[in-house]
Design a protein around this ligand. Structure first.
Ligand SMILES: C[S@@+](CC[C@H](N)C(=O)[O-])C[C@H]1O[C@@H](n2cnc3c(N)ncnc32)[C@H](O)[C@@H]1O
Length: 258
């Protein structure tokens, strides 16, 4: 069990090695941009459940200051140790209590996460984990039953609570053409992504069929996870030299309770 979490395809030791090599050199602009975006997310809930924080490499500790309790779901023991250490050392005015859970609440039985959120009356942050579902579930099939089950569970998780997610939309060796974060009124379609960030011509203007994603780009199958009409944000993250992830962010805050 421990060995498998250390080679987790969505994290594991390889991820910690990458973080050690590149988090200062390459990840900083992404970390700052995500931090700023999350600063604008102000949930009224006092408990945060964070899914997949790893060692907290892409999170600004001040995010946690506004919560009384943080529950972190993270199967990787090294990540749990590093995250706990990072949070305890962060120069915060107020440190939340931290509970770390190693058991899976996302993949096999995502309904467990619905229950956890209800029990804790918590808001939820999916921390760069949902774009890893294809690799975690070992599927390239958008309609795979396990993916569909997670989508259905997420629809229940986000109802009536605050939530946020940033996740891989596409990745590959092509550098997306964006310097800072880009805001969009709704989720961009694949054709809009290619046109806006990868230099494809606008198919409406050329009259040609919308382009297929270039083979160099991997689609992380995030369509249908969250309401598409909500504002979305797009970040570029250079994971390692010449490997780029286009990260999509979307969030909502629970309506005031009357
Ligand atoms: C791509 S990493 C992102 C880590 C971190 N949020 C960041 O941005 O640097 C994905 C994380 O999800 C974690 N993970 C994998 N399976 C998980 C599961 N079933 N539940 C929660 N986290 C999981 C991995 O251990 C890893 O830390």
């Amino acid at each position: 069990m421990i060995a498998s979490t250390l080679v987790n395809p969505a994290g594991g030791l390889r991820y910690h090695v990458r973080a050690a090599r590149y988090s200062r050199k390459l990840w900083q602009p992404f970390r700052w941009a995500v931090g700023e975006w999350l600063l604008g997310w102000n949930p009224p809930e006092t408990t945060l459940v964070i899914v997949g924080p790893s060692g907290g490499y892409n999170l600004q500790p001040f995010l946690f200051e506004r919560f009384e309790r943080v529950v972190a779901l993270e199967p990787d023991p090294v990540a749990r140790y590093l995250f706990k250490r990072r949070l305890s050392r962060a120069p915060l005015e107020r440190h939340p209590s931290l509970e770390m859970l190693s058991e899976d609440h996302l993949l096999a039985e995502p309904e467990r996460l619905v229950t956890l959120l209800e029990e804790r009356q918590a808001c939820v942050l999916f921390s760069n984990v949902l774009g890893q579902l294809p690799v975690l579930l070992d599927t390239a099939e958008p309609e795979a039953p396990a993916l569909a089950r997670i989508r259905r569970a997420i629809a229940r998780m986000i109802e009536g609570r605050s939530w946020a997610s940033f996740h891989d939309r596409v990745s590959g060796e092509l550098r997306p053409a964006l310097e800072g974060p880009i805001h969009a009124d709704g989720r961009l379609t694949d054709a809009q992504i290619l046109q806006a960030f990868y230099g494809e011509a606008d198919s409406a203007q050329t009259g040609k069929a919308p382009p297929e994603p270039p083979r160099e780009l991997q689609d992380h199958l995030t369509e249908g996870l969250f309401p598409e009409a909500l504002p979305h944000i797009y970040f570029s993250w250079e994971l390692e030299p010449s490997v780029y992830h286009l990260i999509e962010g979307v969030r909502a805050v629970r309506a005031p309770q009357g």
